[in-house]
Design a protein around this ligand. Structure first.
Ligand code: ADP
Ligand code: MG
Length: 284
């Protein structure tokens, strides 16, 4: 039984996941969607790790190959439906709302869509976003108008519009909880860089080990289950002594710091993935 991380590139997280699978005794590699289709056999495990495109105009190509793998009876974890529910923040908002998971109110602003009246201050962000790019805070109507005019020039705007989201008053940190196979396997606090309100590491944020509370754990598990993600990172924004789920990362990046104890977070994540894959194979 092979374990393949299906992605377009190697990365610290992708390599660490493949390395962890190898350390558990499974032949493991990071494979492009095409190579996965050529190489994998029925009963093997494929973990979908397609990301948001650099241009922020959707999910990377390869969803068809993932579907094809499932048809071939490869056990497909993080299937395209889960990746899209995580990567498309409008879909995430709808899925979380339907599941009763707390999430900031989110409006779509698009050509031809009824124009919403988001309350200020508001956050604007692309539907398919990552690395904190183009996530802007609009405290005034003037700033909102200026930013909307700027977003309207983006090549992806006609197809997707832009999201306006209720601002959760920033405290300079959030909590990322890694959920694998329906269990919490890792967590870390992410601190925004000085003078920055966004907590992304890509924007200079730093991470510190964290022990998630019961509340944080159960919110993360509910969000991961709602998205149907097998390996996801759930970001929780602190609010009034509790949390709201800010987003679910379908191709989550994490590091050794996320370990919840002395064990290796990547090995624990892969261990849980192999467990659910075996259950699914047995049920098929
Ligand atoms: N509604 C919000 N309220 C408060 N902070 C937010 C909100 N939306 C985004 N942020 C901040 O901006 C960062 C980036 O936003 P996010 O939606 O996670 O986009 P990306 O996918 O680019 O990381 C978050 O980590 C958080 O710090
Ligand atoms: Mg984020």
């Amino acid at each position: 039984m092979q374990f393949a991380v299906v992605a377009h590139r190697t990365s610290e997280t992708n390599d660490a996941l493949a390395g962890a699978a190898a350390s558990l005794g499974l032949p493991a590699s990071v494979l492009s969607p095409r190579d996965a289709l050529r190489t994998l056999e029925p009963g093997d495990i494929a973990l979908g790790r397609l990301d948001v495109r650099e241009e922020l105009d959707g999910v990377e190509r390869g969803t068809e190959e993932l579907e094809q793998l499932a048809v071939m009876e490869v056990v497909l974890l993080n299937p395209p439906s889960a990746l899209v529910a995580a990567h498309d923040k409008l879909l995430t908002a709808r899925v979380l709302r339907r599941a009763g998971v707390p999430h900031p109110r989110t409006w779509l602003i698009a050509e031809g869509a009824p124009s919403p009246a988001p309350e200020l201050p508001v956050v604007l962000k692309p539907r398919f976003g990552s690395w904190g790019r183009d996530v802007v805070l609009c405290p005034t109507a003037d700033k909102l108008d200026r930013e909307l005019a700027r977003f309207a020039q983006r090549p992806w705007f006609p197809a997707y519009g832009v999201l306006a989201q209720e601002l959760v008053p920033p405290l300079g940190w959030d909590l990322r909880v890694v959920v694998s196979g329906g269990r919490v396997v890792g967590a870390a606090r992410r601190y925004a860089a000085p003078g920055e309100w966004r907590t992304n590491v890509a924007l200079g944020g730093r991470i510190e080990p964290a022990a998630p509370s019961q509340l944080a754990r159960s919110l993360a598990l509910e969000a991961a289950a709602a998205i149907r993600g097998d390996l996801v990172g759930v970001d929780l924004l602190p609010l009034g002594g509790g949390f709201v789920v800010s987003e679910v990362n379908g191709a989550v990046d994490f590091r050794r710091t996320y370990a919840l104890g002395p064990g290796n977070v990547f090995r624990n994540a892969v261990h849980e993935l192999v467990r659910v894959a075996q259950l699914r194979r047995a049920a098929a």
